[in-house]
Ligand binder design. Structure first.
Ligand code: CA
Ligand code: CA
Ligand code: CA
Ligand code: CA
Length: 429
């Protein structure tokens, strides 16, 4: 442990004896991410203190002025390398000539996008707003969200990361998606090169993960800048076969998808699908998010393929697991999946309505995870899919710790936290 006393013994000024009282006490070093600039404090002398005495007071604590904020008569002060900001704030604070001393705090802007319905996206930023437009809709619990606004300060993603939406297709001309579509994709249901959505499900999932953001339109996506690769493997009723799904997965990863979103499931194992996922994960290095299922039963496949897939359960606007979210040891994390506003196909929207919709489901939960994975991938392209999975797991908030401490079968490691997942990646280059 470092002792401030040794630091202070360098002082030669009689007037500084008050500071020596502090000598000898051990203080913890600052831990974790700093909330202030390390190696600096900000301090202000009383106006009666002459300039030479100010210099001596700084020198006595082996510190020096880096800059002066003249209208405040305050100084930015470099402190000794072997002392912490906390130690030096306390030490300077004992000098009666100093009006105040404090850390040079770090303020982190929160990036709030201008999208029309962002206010309705409790999943991204929950301030206790009403969830849903129907009169009597419930209000959320503040902070029961995935910390999107603070995370976006770190990154909003890059266009080079492509999310494969292997689903019912995507509305390629949707006002909040059309600029995000990498190509018209492929339609394995109808055997054509136009993955237009005739169901709605894929469009809803795509918007959550990567709707165009900060465009004054619709919603914000988790990954503002990532691209969407639409792959239609489910028909207009939301059903697909082993063959359409396997073809879709293989086509997506062979055509640039680095993240896959699989928001479909069935109770039975499927060798062919598992093999396609193995190819995506091991050969192509693709991160795969999947929905656990909405039947309050065992985790469906493909989410249950533990080795390859990040199985996602659904929480609500109070950070509670939804009653219908599937559960089991395969669950990795949870994300909001209850009353999620998202994009909906224009062609399926009744006249007079906007092409957006509130939707429930672990599909909606999984899409948040896919978006987060795309952001992680954008910052650190070299990470393997299992690295990304571990980052998402270990940064999650254990929001049910009062009843199920630690990882559990309902929400896995917890509700994802974008800020906790992304901030360390930016610091560790
Ligand atoms: Ca088609
Ligand atoms: Ca938007
Ligand atoms: Ca798992
Ligand atoms: Ca837990």
């Amino acid at each position: 442990m470092r002792k401030i006393g040794r630091v202070l013994n360098a002082g030669l000024i009689a007037g500084m004896t008050a500071l020596l009282i502090f000598g000898g006490s051990d203080l913890p070093r600052s831990q974790a991410d700093p909330d202030f600039v390390p190696g600096e404090v900000l301090l202000k002398f009383k106006s009666s203190v002459p300039l030479p005495e100010r210099a001596l007071a700084l020198a006595a604590l082996r510190s020096r002025a880096l800059a002066r904020i003249s209208s405040l008569n305050a100084y930015v002060v470099r402190i000794p390398e072997d002392a912490t900001v906390e130690e030096m704030v306390e030490a300077f604070g004992r000098n009666p000539d100093i009006a105040y001393v404090q850390p040079n705090y770090i303020y982190r802007a929160c990036l709030t996008p201008n999208d029309k319905y962002f206010e309705d996206q409790y999943a991204l930023f929950n301030k206790g707003q009403q969830v849903g437009w129907v009169p009597g809709s419930p209000q959320g619990k503040p902070s029961a969200d995935i910390k999107a606004t603070s995370a976006w300060e770190e990154t909003t993603g890059i266009a080079g990361v492509v999310i494969g939406i292997v689903d019912t297709g995507v509305d390629l001309n949707h006002p909040d998606l059309k600029n995000k579509i990498r190509s018209r994709g492929y339609d394995f249901v109808n055997g054509d090169t136009d993955a237009t959505d005739d169901n709605g499900h894929g469009t809803m999932v795509a918007g959550i993960a990567a709707a165009e953001t900060n465009n004054y339109e619709g919603i914000a996506g988790v990954a503002w800048n990532s691209k969407i690769l639409p792959v239609k493997v489910l028909d207009q009723f939301g059903s697909g076969t082993t063959v359409t799904i396997v073809n879709g997965i293989l086509w997506a990863v062979d055509n640039g998808a680095q993240i896959l979103n699989l928001s479909f499931g069935a109770p039975a194992k499927d060798n062919a699908v598992e093999e396609a996922l193995k190819y995506a994960f091991e050969t192509k290095g693709v991160f795969i998010a999947a929905a656990a299922g909405n039947d309050n039963t065992a985790v469906y496949y493909p989410a249950a393929y533990d080795r390859y897939v990040c199985a996602t359960a659904a929480t609500d606007y109070n950070d509670q697991r939804t009653t219908w979210s599937n559960f089991g040891p395969e669950i990795d994390v949870a994300a909001p999946g209850d009353k999620i506003i998202t994009t909906y196909p224009v062609a399926l929207t009744p006249a007079g309505f906007q092409p957006y919709k509130f939707q429930d489901g672990t599909s909606m939960a999984g899409a948040h995870v896919a978006g987060l994975a795309a952001l992680i991938r954008g910052i650190k392209p070299s990470l393997s899919p299992s690295d990304i999975m571990n980052i998402i797991r270990y940064s999650a908030d254990d929001v049910n710790s009062s009843i199920h401490k630690g990882r559990d079968v309902f929400i896995g490691y917890g509700r994802i936290n974008m800020e906790k997942a992304l901030v360390p990646l930016k610091i560790i280059k």
